[in-house]
Ligand binder design. Structure first.
Ligand code: NAD
Length: 472
């Protein structure tokens, strides 16, 4: 046991604050050499990242199968294809993004010209989460590289197969003098957070985000926080219920079995519409996942027993007993929970008081669909908000009155795939946004540059401050 103790101790101290400080120093040296600023370096690294994703697709699929039993199609469509697209967009647009933006000047500076220069921030830290561990690690890294930074990536220890694959592949494909992976959990992340960074990009829950923000405050380091929340879905009557239900299922169970940040968390519909929606959900869920969804290969499992127990507790709450109208099966040995629908859960139940982040879908009912606005606005601002309706006025009211990171009308989750839209939260669902050009901007400083010549030197600026000058 002494040996075990020693191993544990030495393992624990393998990456401490001192090692982290040396790492940052090394990367600061590399950044200081100017290497990451050049267009050529950025392009070479983005191309290498693209090659990594293309060459190693099968290993990525396997790692995600290990970590989450993630269906290969979901890995290919939502992690690999999205990353390829991010690389493609950055490679296509980078030259344009890097060009200083000419802006107008004012009469007070006449004659002059001005521009906004995007400069890299320096050495940045990316801390990522376990649910889309490949995408959420590399997508921010693409932004950091495109903007010309040196970067340290800390993948989530909760998806260990992906974490170690990322460490191996980034080492093999990318320039390790400027791009590094540090694996580990709380200890390693804490050691990293003690260092001075030029930006910290964090994806995960709000509790840890507060730890990250407090650590960043010590050095006045800016943060980008990609968090979650309870993303609502409003279902109006007089819609194509079949299509709406299929899209709701695709966003909920078809994205990592509900373990996605923009996953529909709960539904609000009218008392009239609720039974029809429940019937449609039952029919479509059975078509997609069969009579025994615990055996379906098209559903991810719950990531670990902590999260399995957390979700089970939400179902065991006395306040929701008898409210399950579909599903509710679970298998602890396989960490599987079937798609589960609950009808008319009380708003003060446990399931309505925290982000579910799993395959449980409560449905709340209201008399009039407009009442859903008050329900949503009474909680923290969510990362996403969805509405299914054919009513033009209701669409407009939803977009105007619901504050959320993003809104989708008549679908779920797809805004994530539009790179010209910023992806991020508001209020408790996050700070800042990325994707496409927003990623480049997130890792750049917008430097204001004013150019003057030696002409037009107005005497009014200089003392003596006479009354005549005052009147001019
Ligand atoms: P997680 O457990 O993987 O934690 C995220 C990161 O924080 C990990 O790298 C982990 O090592 C680190 N961490 C954990 N505890 C820490 C501590 N005490 N100090 C420092 N670092 C620590 O992921 P999670 O938080 O369970 O992720 C789920 C949450 O993330 C949900 O709320 C979800 O909505 C949100 N999320 C948001 C997005 C987005 O893009 N907005 C994407 C995915 C997940």
């Amino acid at each position: 046991s002494e040996d075990t103790e020693k191993t544990t101790t030495s393992k624990k101290s393998a990456f401490d604050a001192e090692t982290a400080s040396l790492l940052v120093k090394e990367l600061r040296g590399a950044f200081g050499s100017g290497k990451t600023r050049s267009y050529q370096w950025r392009v070479s690294q983005l191309n290498a990242l693209m090659k990594l994703v293309v060459d190693r697709e099968q290993e990525i699929v396997d790692a995600l199968r290990n970590d989450l039993a993630k269906p290969p199609l979901e890995t290919v469509a939502y992690e690999i294809a999205m990353l390829k697209n991010s690389c493609k967009v950055a490679l296509k647009e980078l030259k344009h993004w890097m060009i200083p933006e000419k802006v107008k000047t004012s009469i007070a500076t006449f004659p002059s010209s001005a521009e906004i220069v995007s400069e890299p921030l320096g050495v940045v830290l990316v801390i990522s989460a376990w649910n889309y561990p490949f995408l959420l690690s590399l997508d921010p890294v693409i932004g950091a590289i495109a903007a010309g930074n040196a970067v340290v990536l800390k993948p989530s220890e909760i998806s260990p197969a992906t974490s170690s694959l990322l460490a191996k592949l980034l080492g093999d494909y990318l320039d390790i003098s400027c791009i590094r992976v540090v694996e580990g959990g709380v200890d390693e992340t804490s050691a990293l957070l003690q260092q001075k960074w030029d930006k910290i990009f964090y994806t995960g829950n709000g509790r840890v985000a507060r730890v990250v923000m407090a650590a960043a405050a010590k050095h006045l380091t800016p943060v980008l926080l990609e968090l979650g929340g309870k993303s609502p879905v409003v279902v109006d009557s007089n819609i194509n219920l079949k299509v709406a239900t299929r899209r709701l299922i695709a966003g909920k169970w078809g994205c990592n079995n509900g373990q996605a940040c923009i996953s529909p968390d709960y539904v609000i519909t009218t008392k009239d519409c609720a039974p029809k929606l429940v019937d449609a959900l039952k029919t479509e869920l059975e078509k997609f996942y069969g009579k025994n969804p615990l055996e379906s290969k098209d559903l991810s499992r719950i990531v670990n027993s902590n999260h399995f127990n957390r979700l089970t507790k939400l179902l065991d709450d006395d306040k929701v007993s008898g409210k399950i109208v579909y599903g509710g099966e679970k298998d602890e040995s396989l960490l599987k929970i079937s798609p589960t629908v609950l009808l008319d859960v009380p708003r003060d139940s446990l399931i309505m008081s925290e982000e579910i982040f799993g395959p449980l879908l409560p449905i709340l009912t209201v008399d009039k669909v407009e009442e859903s606005f008050d329900v949503i606005n009474s909680g923290p601002k969510p990362l996403a908000a969805y509405i299914f309706t054919s009513n033009k006025k209701l669409k407009e009211q939803f977009v105007t009155n619901i504050s959320a990171g993003g809104v989708v009308v008549n679908d779920t989750s797809l805004h994530l795939a539009v790179h010209s839209l910023p992806f991020g939260g508001v209020g408790e669902s996050g700070v800042g946004a990325y994707h496409g050009k927003f990623s480049f901007d997130a890792f750049s400083h917008k430097k204001a540059v004013l150019y003057r010549s030696f002409f037009g030197d107005a005497a009014i600026r200089y003392p003596p401050y006479t009354n005549t000058k005052m009147r001019l």
